[in-house]
Design a protein around this ligand. Structure first.
Ligand code: SAM
Length: 244
């Protein structure tokens, strides 16, 4: 069927490409990829190999219009370098424009580093807030952290190895020393998930910056402590003493 297909691809292990994703890529008349070389391995075995075109953060209005103009007749697939397109990756403007022009938009869901990390961290998953990447500059980073400090949800962030320790320290300073997890190289040979408080993890990764791709997961703030019956009695007694 003609339309725009949003196709999730592996975040490391190529075995995670779903049969439906592979089938969609094989049937597409065009694959839009962030980086054609990175995505070429996904269609390496597909014959005839669908043509690929670059679609990334530099793509503009005119690029989108040219793609949208073809959607009435063709099945066009969007992939990103890894994982789910649109999640800290390009694509939402293309989906918006395709919808506005009345075309079909179909998602082929699959791997996403944020969700994979949540399933490993052992932290609450009923409410979570995905923050993408923190700003690299210190002040902007501290402001971004302060903005979410009161949010009663697990926080999920993307980070790179060289910046991990500094970010964990800034997070501990801005949020308090909450429980957290650092998930690294998910689905790859050196996959690991380390847990501890933000301060402990900052100290650990400060010694040796890790390689690879990283997701940080942070526990929600502790709920305010409910006052005990004894505390309420004492408060009442004090209030009565003050009045008399
Ligand atoms: N669209 C992707 C997704 O669905 O997860 C995310 C793209 S974003 C540009 C890339 C970031 O995702 C990396 O810097 C890292 O923080 C995270 N990431 C991607 N693959 C990962 C993996 N295998 N293990 C841990 N984090 C990963």
């Amino acid at each position: 069927r003609p339309g725009l297909y949003i196709v999730a691809t592996p975040i490391g292990n190529l075995g995670d490409l779903s049969p439906r994703a592979a089938d969609t890529l094989a049937r597409a008349s065009l694959i839009l990829a962030e980086d054609k070389r990175v995505s070429a391995r996904l269609v390496a075995g597909v014959e005839p190999r669908p043509p690929m075109r670059t679609y990334n953060d530099h793509s503009d209005e005119a690029d989108r219009a040219a793609i949208v103009a073809r959607l009435g007749e063709e099945a066009i697939a969007l992939v990103s370098d890894a994982g789910t397109p649109l999640i800290s990756d390009p694509g939402y403007k293309l989906v918006r424009d395709a919808r506005a022009a009345g075309h079909e938009v179909v998602t082929i869901p699959g791997p996403c580093a944020a969700v994979a990390a949540l399933t490993l961290a052992g932290l609450p998953t009923d409410r979570f807030l995905f923050l993408g990447f923190l700003p690299p500059k210190e002040k902007a980073r501290a402001d971004a952290i302060a903005e979410v400090a009161a949010v009663r949800a697990t926080l999920v962030l993307y980070e790179s190895g060289p910046r991990l320790a500094a970010s964990l320290k800034a997070l501990a300073d801005g949020l308090g020393d909450r429980d957290a997890a650092v998930a690294r190289e998910l689905t790859k040979m050196h996959e690991e998930c380390r847990t501890g408080s933000l301060g402990q993890l900052a100290a650990r990764y400060g010694e040796a910056p890790p390689r690879g791709e990283i997701v940080i997961v942070i526990a929600p703030p502790a709920p305010p402590e409910a006052a005990s019956a004894d505390q309420l009695d004492e408060a009442l007694r004090q209030a009565m003493l003050t009045e008399s």
